[in-house]
Design a protein around this ligand. Sequence first.
Ligand code: NAD
Ligand code: DAU
Length: 353
Amino acid sequence: MGGQVQKNILITGGAGFIGSHVVRRFVTKYRAYRIYNLDALTYAGNLENLKDVENQPNYSFIKGDITDVDMINALFDRHKFDGVIHLAAESHVDRSITDPLSFVKTNVLGTVNLLNASLEIAKNNQQFKYYHISTDEVYGTLGNTGLFSENSPYNPNSPYSASKASSDHFVRAYGETYGLPYVISNCSNNYGPNQFPEKLIPLFINNIIHNKPLPVYGDGNYTRDWLYVKDHAEAIDLVFHSGKLGETFNIGGGNEWKNIDLAKMLCRIMDVKLGRQEGQSEQLITFVKDRPGHDLRYAIDASKIENELGWRPSVTFQEGLDRTIDWYFENREWLEHVTSGDYKDYYKTQYQE
Ligand code: NAD
Ligand code: DAU
């Protein structure tokens, strides 16, 4: 604890994928901080993700919905947070296509509630900082070349990215209009342990385990820049503590893969791990109808966070995938549990030819 300043930190969405890695990092690294994890425990939130830290004396879980204004105001009033790291969101693009309003409610309205409560606290606390976690999808799509920088124009194409773009704009506007001290980061595709198996990598791992089809949208030539979730959590730690207020930081893995090549690589690795014949899992690849408004390519220029904060991804894709696949093998119960509730196989409902 030596030398660490005591702080009350609110992390929203801490029972989700990225949030759970951020909570674990902060609880174990900053023993003088009191970490409050506020999460509504939607289908994507799961307290099993935090079993190893749930009894730590500097950690508290609060079940609550960020769209509940009274609850939010009472919570801020009670704990007088010194910082907020806001991750809670509806996060899956396919769900946003069938139910955009839920994304507006949580991602826009929920964010504005947190901003209003933060303003009240910031009036009496010079140290207060609001940190908004966002996505590279707000920039829309790239062609075959180029990178997103912090100056790329906002051009969201899905209801999910439109809701995230809107929330980013509100954060910036609260900074300009009311002087709220904030930082924002926009990150590329994360992968790793605890990711809900509706996103590409865990969905395909789960389906390979169960010998189910691997639905590749369109021709599979869509490109994403993949980052291991613990590298993102480290970047969040750095931006929260050292990022200049009023600034945005892009975070990415410098690790672009076409979906079809990634699918084939996963199949090859898993054939070996499962003792299957070479090429066996690849037969599960099935081309299905494309996602509407599907962004062709995301890729990040992360030079600002690298130069200003000294961040670099530390886990290679090979190593990260290896760890991730092993984690899903070792946590079959988690997989069974999270897929037994409000879970839809989206390609079956929307994209099957
Ligand atoms: P996730 O879907 O795994 O987790 C979201 C969490 O938010 C869940 O625990 C859920 O219960 C909680 N939540 C949802 N609605 C809520 C509400 N109304 N009130 C309180 N809690 C609520 O999401 P994730 O992939 O971990 O993403 C976390 C954040 O990071 C999101 O803001 C997302 O936009 C952003 N992001 C994600 C990625 C990625 O690749 N997953 C990349 C860049 C940015
Ligand atoms: O770029 C950051 C974003 O990455 C985050 O903000 C989002 O929260 C996160 O969900 C992710 O969005 P994507 O749409 O890129 O992720 P997803 O895993 O849904 O899809 C990755 C790519 O794989 C995309 O091109 C669509 C394709 N895909 C996805 C699924 C689920 C398939 O071909 N088949 C599938 O079954």
